[in-house]
Design a protein around this ligand. Structure first.
Ligand SMILES: [Zn+2]
Ligand SMILES: [Zn+2]
Length: 51
């Protein structure tokens, strides 16, 4: 399982890179609307690690 620990304290998970990127973008859209579009796929995957 890949995980991004969002600075807000939410852990966003995904079983694949695609799922993780999608889930992070959905989290940003719902909780950080100011930041929508500011994080590229590469940036999201750089923040991710395996759990
Ligand atoms: Zn967040
Ligand atoms: Zn972790």
């Amino acid at each position: 399982m890949k995980v991004v620990h969002c600075p807000c304290g939410t852990n966003v998970e995904g079983e694949t890179d695609d799922a993780l990127v999608e889930n992070v973008q959905a989290h940003v859209a719902s909780d950080h609307p100011d930041e929508v579009g500011k994080h590229s796929r590469e940036q999201i995957l750089e923040m991710a690690h395996e759990h």
